[in-house]
Design a binder for this molecule. Structure first.
Ligand code: ATP
Length: 510
């Protein structure tokens, strides 16, 4: 390669018995966007953490601009011109944008020349890179797309020439993702080098110049994006052909298992998040809720699961009437036969310092299968966890490992296995495949269809329109807290997109 911006030579890294990176070699050409893909647990985040100095490689060499560098911590990475935009933003939420940009940039001589100059520099960076954000806004009040811009600005402010983005579109709306891509292309055209980790192969095809594939800790292939396609990449990732479409028979809906009438939910500040929502879900059908993130889907799901109090409305679930404006015990909802895969696995689905086998029964500790007198039957828990690890191909297959030590996609599989394998009659499922690889998506989709065919009533919330269209038997579109339309899964992407943007919906609702 004529001019690699960064080169990794024989990088090796183990965590105990897990060899996360095995003699990795990679050269990233300057002024290109280079995608890194791979199954959950393939070692992508570990490799990026080594480049950014969070982890130290056990052996190997990193060269930046042809020179060997010792990246002992993130400050050394920054000094070498490497910037990172994290999956879970590393911003201080109650600080302003300027304060966040200044924070941690102690090495920057600009810091000593006052906040006014920092603000001016920030303004210039924003203008030059179409990264519009108010420097004085408090970070937690910004939508996620803008918070991400702050992360990018922070890296640019510190002089990053090489920018690493880990799953940057996972939390973005489609419009925000398009904007991000425009920014990345512009940065590339200015000569910056971008390394992008994503599970979305369509994004790889749309935006990268080259793509490298990792499998089980190894770098197995690098391709020019123009010379490959989604099917080849999927196969390189998982080592077998992957079905990229979902095969399903027509639904055979039976009696209503979940009926929601006039549900209204406000958030802590009193803002209406769900407004007068009514719908039914029958046994043997999947009802998908489509919508841009932040239009009330999360609050709807939480109210149904009993973890958020509603203002008014009625819920009839599995023959029982629930008044959601009263305190509802989520454990009671679970006991009735309703399982819930929460959208935000870090905050609601898992206790990260717990062992895998403990999270595998979280919320179901009272189950007699796991009781030994007044105590927990640890052997039964481990046997149960091992069976789920096998069925969901959770890696590494170690139920004693702390949950925080699993990769993001494998953490998602731990939650899915726990909730789906309870054999619930009603399944509330939020963003089931966020952060999971194509092989696992194929498996999870198949499992959801099997559950439908076994007569379960399934409510699916996903911001991935492709996923909603592939799985749902009926699609409800939510906009600004209201259901603005019902469509069949055959409805075109354009038609659904307009509804999701509230354009047709407003007329329909009037
Ligand atoms: N701090 C740690 N301690 C122990 N094991 C770890 C640690 N960090 C990562 N691992 C293990 O290293 C392997 C690689 O994980 P990594 O997070 O790099 O995967 P990934 O390719 O980024 O996966 P995903 O797509 O799911 O995010 C996994 O088996 C993971 O469990």
């Amino acid at each position: 390669m004529p001019d690699p911006a960064i080169e990794l030579i024989d990088i090796d890294k183990s965590f105990g018995v897990v060899r996360a990176n095995k003699r990795i070699n990679l050269a990233v050409e300057r002024g290109t966007i280079h995608g890194i893909i791979g199954e959950n647990g393939a070692g992508k985040s570990t490799l990026m953490s080594i480049i950014y100095g969070f982890y130290q490689a056990d052996s190997g060499t990193i060269k930046v601009g042809g020179k060997t560098v010792d990246i002992s911590d993130p400050n050394a990475a920054i000094a070498a011109g490497i910037g990172m935009v994290h999956q879970h933003f590393m911003l201080v939420e109650n600080f302003t944008v300027v304060e966040n940009v200044m924070l941690g940039a102690e090495q920057s001589p600009l810091l000593f020349s006052g906040i006014a100059r920092v603000r001016a520099e920030l303004k210039r960076l924003e203008r030059d890179h179409s990264l519009d954000v108010d420097p004085d806004a408090i970070v937690e009040e910004l939508p996620v797309g803008r918070q991400q811009r702050v992360e990018i600005l922070k890296a640019l402010y510190r002089g990053a020439d090489i920018l690493i983005l880990d799953e940057p579109t996972g939390v973005l709306t489609p419009a925000e993702a398009d904007h991000l891509f425009a920014v990345l292309r512009q940065l590339r055209d200015e000569g910056k080098t971008i390394i992008l980790i994503t599970h979305k192969l369509r994004e790889i095809m749309a935006i990268t110049d080259n793509v490298s594939v990792m499998r089980q800790g190894e770098m197995v292939a690098t391709r020019r994006t123009a010379d490959t396609d989604v099917a080849e990449l999927a196969e390189l990732m998982v080592g077998r052909r992957v079905l990229l479409t979902v095969d399903k028979a027509p639904a055979a809906p039976r009696d209503v298992k979940l009926s929601v009438t006039g549900l209204t939910v406000r958030d802590r500040r009193g803002v209406v998040m769900v407004e007068d929502v009514s719908f039914d879900v029958k046994a043997g059908e999947i009802v998908g809720i489509a919508g841009v993130a932040g239009n009330g889907q999360s609050e709807l799901l939480e109210a149904l699961a009993g973890i958020r109090r509603a203002e008014s409305g009625r819920i009839a679930m599995l023959g029982r009437d629930i008044d959601p404006s009263q305190e509802v015990d989520p454990a009671e909802i679970r006991r009735m036969g309703c399982a819930h895969v929460p959208e935000d696995r870090h905050h609601m689905g898992l206790v990260l310092p717990f062992e895998e086998n403990e999270n595998a029964i979280l919320g179901y500790q009272g189950d007699p299968r796991f009781a030994k007198g007044p105590l927990l039957d640890r052997d039964a828990m481990r046997r149960d966890a091992e069976a789920k690890i096998k069925a969901y191909d959770i890696r590494p297959p170690d139920c004693r490992l702390k949950t925080s030590n699993f990769s993001g996609g494998n953490q998602q599989k731990i939650v899915l296995a726990r909730e789906m394998e309870r054999d619930p009659d009603v399944l509330l499922i939020g963003q089931p495949t966020r952060g999971v690889d194509v092989g696992a998506i194929e498996f999870i989709h198949r499992r959801i269809i099997e559950m439908r065919d076994a007569g379960k009533a399934i409510l699916l919330v996903s911001v991935e329109l492709d996923e909603i269209r592939a799985l749902s038997d009926r699609i409800l579109v939510m906009f600004a807290g209201r259901i603005v339309g019902e469509r069949s899964p055959d409805a075109g992407e354009g038609e659904l997109g307009l509804l999701m943007a509230g354009i047709e919906g407003q007329e329909a609702a009037e």
